[in-house]
Design a protein around this ligand. Sequence first.
Ligand code: UGA
Length: 445
Amino acid sequence: MGYKICVVGSGYVGLVTAACFASRGMRVTCVDIDKRRVEKIKRGESPIHEPGLEEILTKVTSEGLLKATDEYAEGMEGAKFSFICVGTPSKSDGSIDLSYVTSAAEAVGKSLHLASKNHLVVVKSTVVPGTTSRVVAPILEFSSGMKVGLDFSLTFNPEFLREGSAVEDTFHPDRIIIGEHDRGSGEKLLNLYKDFYGDPLPSYIVTDTVNAELIKYANNAFLATKISFINEIANICQRIPGADVEVIARGIGLDKRIGPLFLRAGLGYAGPCLPKDLSALVNHAQSLGYEPLILRAVQRTNENQPYQVVLLAKNLLKTLKDKKVALLGLAFKPDTDDVRGAISLRLIDMLLKEGAEIAVFDPKGLENAKKLLGNVVLYASSAAECIKGADCCIVVTEWDEFKRLRPEDFIRLMRTPVVIDGRRIYDPREFSGKLVYAAIGYCPP
Ligand code: UGA
């Protein structure tokens, strides 16, 4: 297992993949154009908050198994595998921006002559169907002067890890999907995964690149659909006395055909993946002359969802003008410091327009939020400080420490104890009797 792996891009996917490979004794070099990130990784520090990641990084860098550089040549030298894990953000029209992927492919191609014979390039970045074979392959061939399928191999291998449980997901994936560009490339990647996972391998499918690329989009689109579906049911529940979406989700989740996961109603899906991938898929379908009606409805339901909470707040307080609103949670989900595309940002925007004064707290996301929000909100250093003197508190992210707050804490600290539970972390039966409690998908009898 003494072979070398080059991982291009040290974001969530690249860094976690690299660290986990290295933890199994593989020699990994991370290549990233961001010098500050490279320096951090070299010191064994994680540039992102991800449970378990820093412990692994500290260990593998001190053992010399994981290195970091901004030089492709250094990363590719002697490497048997290279993984392209760079971001694929949205352009302003929602279509995919492939510029990081194309420049990474070009740079990998230029250093391919330094790599070991039979090198396998693996695209892990989420890309629209056709990209690996019709965009990445020609760039690699052109910049290397080599022939794919002859001098080197190419596969697409989508990533399904979730932020907040990325390390756990990497060690225990539901399945591996491999899209072969050239015959035999899938087998090469499977051999690497056999070394990584041992026996038995997780379930896997080897298909072509187009289907593997589409599996990734269909996967995220289905998850987003489940969330928008349950949010729609929640919005209906909210208008029926005695209805509670939590009970409905439990009930339908027991049907094996539906399943219990991803039926948590709330403020909608957010973050750097689901919204961007939905947009890219919708845009791609439209460019092919097809209007994806379900996916468009999923997006619209999600865009409207934060309004439900603003409506609840307005109903309870009559007006939000000059009211102090406390937001518990900024990160797009718990156990991450990532605020990209977070619902909190949209809520803040809406509440400011209503004339509210906003205090915020997040256990890990404050620093990242400050960079985006500046001084339009007040930053509290604890949940208690955030809700102190507030007229209304909105739970935006379901961090464990917020779950531990009791009705008495809100009553003691707030000016008027009005709690709006945007993530369904409190029991309505416990809260309703003691303070003014409203929640997504819950209508008091
Ligand atoms: C998502 C997918 O779950 C991963 O499989 C995929 O690899 C990743 O995108 C990606 O494409 O990179 P992630 O965005 O990290 O992962 O987190 P999720 O757990 O999927 O949550 C996404 C959003 O949906 C969050 O805002 C979360 O609060 C929300 N959500 C999730 C709900 O509102 N309800 C649910 O029941 C589940």
